[in-house]
Design a protein around this ligand. Structure first.
Ligand code: BF8
Length: 670
């Protein structure tokens, strides 16, 4: 049995520690305690267990050993990995498919409560695909775009349409390597076909298709999800928000939305402000309805509406443990099966809403976009009716302010303003060495490591080294909870050059760019940096690194794959799913090496796994400096910049917090 960890070792978040103490006092298990009590299987964990047919499972542990069919360790690892990438890509892409269906329904007046909020983005996206926009209504354009996007899933031949949005040189490289996705569903199905017993057995050939499957996610399904969410719900711009369990309210009906698709959660947020619903809540004895989010749904409504985030992945059980949640409304992905059992200790109703996801013991109220607003109100009434059953509560008084909403469109605008929107200032800052490079720190929580520790340790250290950090997903919520997304807590802790840039533009040093499907925004930023000039002619030349220090989901592996194929160096924390045995028999790390050295030769990007955060930081800086040198840029010099910003910072530090936020970032602070 694994060793039990202290509360401080399980999470660095004080709100989580408080809830874990409460869980122990109440005798309730959580993912944290289950991780202590259940050691991972080291054969499966190293990718060396094959259970793809009824002759096995074949658990390989020795050099030269094969499965009953003769499958070698490297083949088994490659098959397991591509299956995970296909599942992750399928999850993102099926989300994108549903978004495209909603766009079609909105365009045809068949989706109650929705409208096209960002016509400018609709026209811009339509322009990428040469969909006519002149003298056409937004609905006509949206109808054509929806048809094009829906067709990407079932397309059999040719190239996925959004691939044209990648840098030209990258597109050519993908064509040369034979990895341009043909259709999203086709690549996922082929990944499953190739890994059936007796099919593709060459690990490199299997992994070539893994790249094509990953690209179908990043430059396909996920990109479609982000585009449509922006068109329907608005492209994010900076807004003041809050994060952590302290956003739950003792005197309000607490409704927590958890999952991924913004279609229902946006509607529930709208319905929660309906006077009829507010009156209904008051009649039940509450002051109103307090909405909050968990996981990527939290990010979707946080960055567009400023709705607070109750927490990231490992907070889903902890929110219920407060005893204050009337309803946790879930749709798809990252929803723990443990929720229903946990909720049975309290009055909390778990409400499933997706036709794809049911939890035994949960209340099911199925979402239907044609009656979305009506269903959202029904869900809220169910939560309000549950308020009278609330028992004693324990809400940790822990929360932090943050400023999310840095879409690529906003980053472009903030760098140059309405008339000179451009990535030039960012490229110039990197070229001059004010900004040493860029790190995207993304991905999950994993109860096998201390919640939020790796995310925030790596983030803080890179900021000190003048690395601009962009974040998404649960990593962004980790930084939010610990006060890094505000700037006021961070600008005095960032390197002098980066600080100068943040002060000049008025941005926090960590930019929250959205949910996990919004990692495609990072692809767009990198592409625009290439197109701006001065940092090479392809993504692999930019001094940038992607990190997922606490990854756990198959979606994270899909993201890693498309980022590597797009030219990025990607570092994952924790354990590798293809690690081989701890004592490394010689043929058990062929795949591990191929993901690094092999993919770097082919795509200029590579995927590496390392548990030690200091190693992550060191490798990130080495890579950034190597790319700077290859571009012929001056070596990074921490002494060179940062004198001019000090006066303003000292003045700002005299101001009360809310005035400081308003002065720094120009957002309403009330
Ligand atoms: O898609 S970061 S735990 S919530 S998988 Fe899940 Fe991981 Fe969170 Fe969002 Ni992304």
């Amino acid at each position: 049995m694994a060793q039990k960890r202290s509360y401080e070792e399980k999470s660095i978040d004080p709100a989580a520690q408080e809830m874990l103490i409460r869980a122990d006092e109440m005798g309730i298990s959580t993912a944290f305690s289950r991780a202590d009590n259940l050691a991972p299987c080291n054969i499966g964990g190293s990718g060396m267990c094959c259970k793809l047919c009824g002759m096995g499972p074949c658990r390989l542990t020795k050099e030269g050993q094969t499965g009953i069919c003769g499958a070698t360790i490297d083949t088994i690892q490659a098959r397991n990995l591509i299956r995970a990438i296909a599942a992750g890509g399928a999850a993102h892409s099926d989300h994108g498919r549903d978004m495209a269906f909603t766009l079609k329904a909105v365009a045809n007046g068949e989706a109650e409560g929705y409208r096209i909020r960002d016509v400018a983005k609709l026209r811009q996206i339509a322009g990428y695909y040469k969909i006519p926009i002149e003298k056409r209504s937004p609905e006509e354009i949206a109808n054509d775009l929806a048809d094009l996007y829906i067709a990407q899933f079932g397309q059999q031949r040719g190239e996925l349409a959004p691939v044209v949005r990648a840098p030209k040189k990258r597109q050519e490289l993908w064509r040369e390597r034979g990895v341009v996705p043909r259709g999203i569903d086709r690549e996922v199905v082929e990944a499953l076909h190739r890994t059936h017993i007796g099919d593709d057995q060459d690990p490199e050939h299997i992994l070539q298709h893994a790249v094509r499957t990953g690209l179908a996610d990043g430059w396909g399904g996920s990109m479609i999800a982000t585009d449509v969410a922006d068109i329907l719900f608005g492209t994010p711009a900076p807004i003041l928000g809050q994060a952590n369990l302290g956003v739950l309210k003792d005197d309000m009906v607490n409704v927590v939305v958890h999952g991924h698709e913004p279609t229902l959660s946006e509607m529930i947020v709208a319905a929660s402000q309906d006077p009829e619903i507010i009156e209904y809540a008051k009649a039940a004895g509450a002051k109103g309805v307090q909405m909050s989010g968990i996981c990527c749904t939290a990010n979707e409504i946080l960055m567009r509406q400023g709705i607070p985030a109750a927490g990231n992945f490992l907070h889903q059980e902890l929110a219920i443990l407060t005893g204050s949640v009337e309803a946790m409304v879930v749709d798809v992905q990252c929803i723990m099966q443990a929720l229903v059992d946990l909720a049975s200790n309290f009055h909390t109703k778990i409400i499933t809403t997706s036709p794809k996801v049911r939890l035994k013991g949960a209340t099911h109220i199925e979402f239907d976009e044609q009656k979305a607003y009506t269903i959202a109100k029904q869900i809220l009434r169910t939560a309000i009716d549950n308020y009278k059953y609330r028992g004693p509560t324990h809400i940790p008084q822990v929360k932090e302010d943050l400023i999310p909403g840095f879409s690529h469109e906003y980053i472009n605008y903030m760098l140059g303003g309405s008339y000179r929107a451009s990535f030039r200032p960012l490229n110039d800052a990197i070229m001059s060495g004010r900004i040493r490079g860029v790190a995207a720190i993304v991905g999950c929580n994993n109860p096998r490591s201390s919640q939020d520790y790796l995310h925030t340790k790596v983030t803080r250290e890179l900021l000190k080294q003048d690395v601009l950090v962009v974040e998404t997903g649960c990593g962004a919520i980790a930084s939010a909870k610990l006060g890094l997304l505000l700037g006021q807590a961070g600008l005095d802790q960032v390197g002098p050059g980066l600080r100068e840039v943040c002060e000049a533009i008025g941005i926090p040093p960590v930019l929250h760019m959205g949910s996990c499907v919004d990692n495609t925004r990072i692809l767009t930023v990198l592409t625009q940096m290439v197109e701006e000039g001065g940092l090479g002619d392809d993504i692999d030349q930019i001094p940038a690194v992607g990190l997922a220090p606490e990854w756990m989901s198959e979606k994270a592996l899909a993201i890693a794959t498309y980022c590597v194929a797009s030219g990025a160096y990607v570092i994952f924390g924790g354990s590798s799913p293809v690690s081989g045995m701890p004592d490394r028999v010689s043929d058990s790390d062929i795949v591990l090496r191929y993901l690094s050295e092999g993919w770097e030769k082919l795509y200029g990007g590579k995927l590496e796994f390392m548990a030690d955060p200091d190693e992550m930081i060191q490798k990130t800086l080495e890579h950034i400096d190597k790319k700077r040198a290859a571009l012929g840029l001056q070596p990074y010099d921490p002494e060179k910049f940062g004198k001019s910003g000090d006066t303003r910072m000292l003045e700002l530090e005299e101001l009360p917090l809310q005035e400081r936020i308003a002065a720094l970032y120009g957002v309403a602070a009330d």
